[in-house]
Write a new protein. Structure first.
Length: 120
């Protein structure tokens, strides 16, 4: 049976935990130990990124993640523009054995709309 991208997102959303921008801001400000990964495309990050994030584009996330995070128990938060690709990416990492992966609900768009700062 053929599945649309929307189908994949809806299925993944049932298994992926999300955090909101306020939870993420708290994690950053409290210097909590976790990996923040921006999975937007190269051309999207030119407008800025959330502080302390690592850029690994969604297209290479599965291939490159182990070069950045080898410990499957490390906490990881993924974000994209609106929180859709990060749900699918988080599900993929879970399937790869990463145990504590979260998606940023609303993505960097909600972060910006709330007036939170970006790093250029």
């Amino acid at each position: 049976m053929k599945k649309s991208f929307s189908d994949l997102v809806n299925e993944a959303a049932k298994e992926v935990q999300e955090i909101d921008i306020f939870q993420l801001k708290h994690l950053i400000e409290s210097k909590y130990n976790f990996a923040l990964i921006d999975i937007r495309e190269d051309n999207e990050i030119k407008t800025g990124v959330i502080e302390n994030s690592i850029h690994i584009g969604r297209g290479v996330l599965d291939r490159d993640i182990e070069g950045y995070i080898s410990d499957p128990t490390e906490e990881i938060v993924l974000y994209c523009a609106r929180g859709v690709r990060s749900i699918v990416g988080a599900k993929t990492l879970q399937d790869m054995g990463y145990q504590k992966v979260f998606s940023l609900k609303g993505g960097i768009t909600e972060w910006i709309e709330s007036g939170f700062k970006l790093k250029e």
